[in-house]
Design a protein around this ligand. Structure first.
Ligand code: FAD
Ligand code: SF4
Length: 471
């Protein structure tokens, strides 16, 4: 039995972080894995609170104190089994969740200033090590039905839905327009947060469980939605949010101005060797780069540009550091790697100059009254303009959902902002207004987090199972 005062004797340990000077020249994960001893020691810091706030704050409601106990006792396979009961992608969430705002932010140890149990690193440890030791999801008791479900989108929502369906004997066929699975896990989140081998390994695991992937296949172009409806007993849509929001100021279409996701996808395809024929590799080597935005996407662009050898990377955001939407951890990592921040700045215009340089006019802002969501609006300070010169501007203002092109024809209701309407607490969870069609993830919630997409994919799968009469 562990020492009840372990949380005082051992400090929080999320795994060593690679030195900034080393990591800023490589596209590799920056946190080193915990070894078995450190994972057990760290797990032993858990107070086993009677009412664990970490579980409630975790969007998939992981059984955190229970699997921490199993790790402490060295019962790795049982921990992996338990962790997979609530999360379809635990090794991925362990890497990319903003734990400071979720599970770890709610850890009781924060209150005494002892530092939260490093829950994310342990979650990653459990699955990574269990897979290495040969553990696989146990499918031996699955009784296969004759039902099949077509899933559009191999992002976290689609993968989580497929995981729950096959575990319940329903064949899941996942269609994606890209050449690899993962959605934004592969074509968005860079390798320094999530190496692509982790996603490929999850693909092998899911295929081993009976999930079929039909890649390089865009529904609505390479195969019709009608065809999917006739082939399958139900359809789940997890197509994400890909409409890049615009700045609405002059010059944003100038040469040298890039959209964040196009830039990140280009970079990942360079390293995967899958740039399409005629595709030009984009590099920031030797360039001055201005990234506009304050979310996770902006941080990923900042840090990608640094790794590509940019001469200088500045990130400008219209609110202050306390009111930015991105994870604090990622801002701090970016800063350590050499990114400079200009808080309270709003772009006014971009003007191309002779020689290919861009002159970006920024105005200072101050925070006004809070909006409906409680976030304080940024107001421009008159007469505060300044000019930043650079070779490239990367626009990272977030994403909106584009309604599926077949929504109208199929009787699928869509909100005014493009999000597909699917009720989390309907008769069948996440069913749309077309009873045979379910939806979840970013296309229902709007651009959000991996773990919330996983939750909705899993919940929707339960809705589908009810609809098909399997449950
Ligand atoms: P997606 O991951 O977008 O997957 C949708 C899939 O549907 C894609 O593969 C797409 O190709 C496919 N698709 C769309 N239309 C069709 C069609 N017609 N036919 C076939 N396939 C189709 N979240 C975090 O929790 N932590 C992070 O650190 C983080 N970093 C991020 C960094 C960036 C740059 C971005 C853009 C997002 C980040 N997010 C992060 C958010 C997170 O990635 C998303 O919330 C999550 O991936 C949403 O999952 P999804 O399955 O709903 O959609
Ligand atoms: Fe924390 Fe995310 Fe894991 Fe939940 S899924 S325990 S929020 S890291």
């Amino acid at each position: 039995m562990s020492d009840v005062f372990q949380f005082m004797k051992l400090s929080r340990n999320p795994g060593d972080k690679v030195e900034a000077s080393v990591r800023k020249i490589e596209f590799k994960e920056i946190y080193q894995p915990l070894n078995a001893v450190d994972a057990a020691d760290q797990a032993g810091r858990c107070l086993s609170c009677g009412n664990p706030y970490c579980e409630w704050k975790c969007p998939v409601h992981n059984y955190i104190p229970d699997w921490l106990k199993l790790v402490e006792e060295g019962r790795l396979f049982e921990a992996a089994e338990l962790s997979h009961q609530t999360n379809s992608l635990p090794e991925i969430c362990g890497r990319v969740c903003p734990q400071d705002r979720l599970c770890e932010g709610a850890c009781t140890l924060n209150q005494g200033g002892f530092g939260a149990v490093s829950i994310g690193s342990i979650e990653k440890y459990i699955t990574d090590e269990a897979f290495k030791a040969g553990w696989r999801p146990d499918m031996s008791k699955v009784v296969w039905t004759d039902k099949t479900v077509g899933i559009i989108g191999a992002g976290p929502a689609g993968l989580a839905c497929a995981d729950v369906l096959v575990r319940n004997g329903v064949k899941a066929v996942v269609y994606d327009r890209y050449e690899e699975i993962g959605g934004l896990l592969t074509f968005g989140i860079p390798e320094f947060k999530l190496e692509k081998d982790i996603v490929r390994r999850r693909r092998e695991i899911l295929e081993g469980m009976g999930v079929e992937f039909v890649l390089n296949t865009e529904v609505g172009k390479d195969i019709s939605f009608d065809k999917l409806m006739s082939k399958h007993d139900a359809v789940f849509m997890g197509m994400g949010a890909y409409n890049a929001m615009r700045g609405g100021f002059p010059g944003e279409d100038s040469k040298g101005v890039l959209q964040a996701l196009a830039y990140l996808i280009n970079n990942v395809r360079q390293s995967m060797g899958t740039l399409p024929e005629g595709g030009v590799p984009i590099s920031m080597k030797g360039k001055r780069v201005l990234v506009l935005g304050g979310g996770d996407t902006a941080m990923d662009c900042n840090r990608t540009a640094i790794r590509q050898g940019a001469k200088r990377v500045i990130c400008a955001y219209r609110r202050d550091e306390d009111n930015m939407p991105g994870s604090r951890r990622e801002v701090s990592n970016a800063r350590e790697e050499g990114v400079e921040f200009l808080w309270n700045r709003q772009p006014i215009s971009i003007e191309p100059m002779i020689g290919g340089t861009l002159a970006v006019r920024l105005a200072a802002t101050r925070l006004g009254d809070p909006d409906a969501k409680g976030r304080r609006n940024a107001e421009i300070v008159p007469g505060s303009e300044e000019i930043v010169e650079c070779e490239h501007v990367i626009m990272a203002f977030g994403f909106q959902v584009e309604a599926a092109q077949w929504a109208d024809k199929q009787g699928i209701s869509v909100a005014a902002d493009g999000r597909t309407l699917a009720a989390s607490h309907g008769v069948h969870k996440y069913q749309t207004s077309n009873p045979k069609v379910f939806a979840g993830g970013d296309m229902v919630r709007g651009a959000d987090l991996v773990v919330r997409a996983v939750f909705e994919g899993r919940e929707a799968a339960e809705g589908v199972l009810g609809y098909l009469g399997v449950w």
